[in-house]
Write a protein of this length. Structure first.
Length: 260
């Protein structure tokens, strides 16, 4: 009897163990077990780990904007240079107007030449029979717009007037430079003294001094053609009054050397 009970106990233990094994297998296979009204989910293997992000493709670079081309700057217009004077500034005796001293100076300095000179004129001298203007009248008649340089040159036609009434000539010279400053207040003023194809006499020296004084008063640049004499005999034209191409080139060289 005891043996049976023992055997029955063993059998019962085996049955219980087998039943437990089945229940555990069901839990493992079903992934959960009902508890009350809910379901407790079994945690999968590796729970709690930070998921590895999915690899992304290579980002496409943003194209750089195409720079807008800068338009080329407009070239500045060359300064306009107004030339007032007599037949020397006109270029009488030169082989062409391109050889006169005013044009040679303008080309070298990069100026646009505005030449209003007239032969036979001066600070005082003018022609009554034909419409020729004195230096002051040339300044008044010239256009003001765009003029950045004013060159007043010569005066040798005033030598006869200087002998008769020097005070009138000197005051007229001074007024001419005052007018140039008033009419062209922003322009650079250049005073080119008289020259002569003859020996330098008292008239030439006196007028040259008057031009120098008037120029300095208006803070203008003064250029002497007498010290030293820029017109030697070999540069005098066959007419005995004007100069050749070499003479005009010598005057241009003297002016350029003083204003550059």
């Amino acid at each position: 009897m005891k043996r049976w009970l023992m055997s029955g106990g063993i059998v019962a233990g085996v049955v219980v163990a087998f039943a437990v094994a089945i229940v555990v297998g069901m839990i493992a296979g079903a992934g959960g077990i009902a508890v009350g009204d809910g379901v407790v989910q079994a945690q999968p293997s590796g729970a709690g780990r930070v998921p590895t992000p999915a690899p992304t493709g290579t980002p496409t670079p943003t194209p750089s904007p195409t720079p807008t081309p800068t338009p080329p700057k407009k070239k500045a217009k060359p300064p306009v240079a107004l030339f007032v004077g007599d037949s020397y500034t006109v270029g009488q005796g030169a082989s062409s107007s391109a050889k006169r001293w005013s044009t040679l100076v303008a080309d070298e300095m990069g100026w646009t030449e505005l030449n209003v000179a007239q032969g036979g004129t001066g600070y005082v001298s003018r022609s009554v029979k034909i419409p020729k203007l004195s230096y002051g009248e040339q300044l008044r008649a010239a256009p003001k717009k765009g003029v950045q340089v004013v060159v007043i040159a010569g005066g040798q036609n005033d030598f006869p007037e200087l002998r008769e009434d020097p005070e009138r000539v000197f005051s007229t010279v001074a007024r001419a430079f005052e007018l140039a400053h008033q009419r062209f207040p922003d322009a650079e003023i250049v005073a080119v003294g008289p020259s002569t194809p003859w020996d330098i006499g008292l008239e030439a020296r006196a007028l040259d001094s008057a031009v120098r004084a008037a120029a300095e008063k208006q803070e203008a640049t003064y250029v002497s053609l007498l010290d030293p004499d820029v017109v030697p005999d070999r540069f005098v034209h066959s007419d005995g009054i004007h100069v050749t191409d070499k003479g005009y080139a010598a005057i241009a060289h003297r002016v350029i050397s003083q204003i550059s």
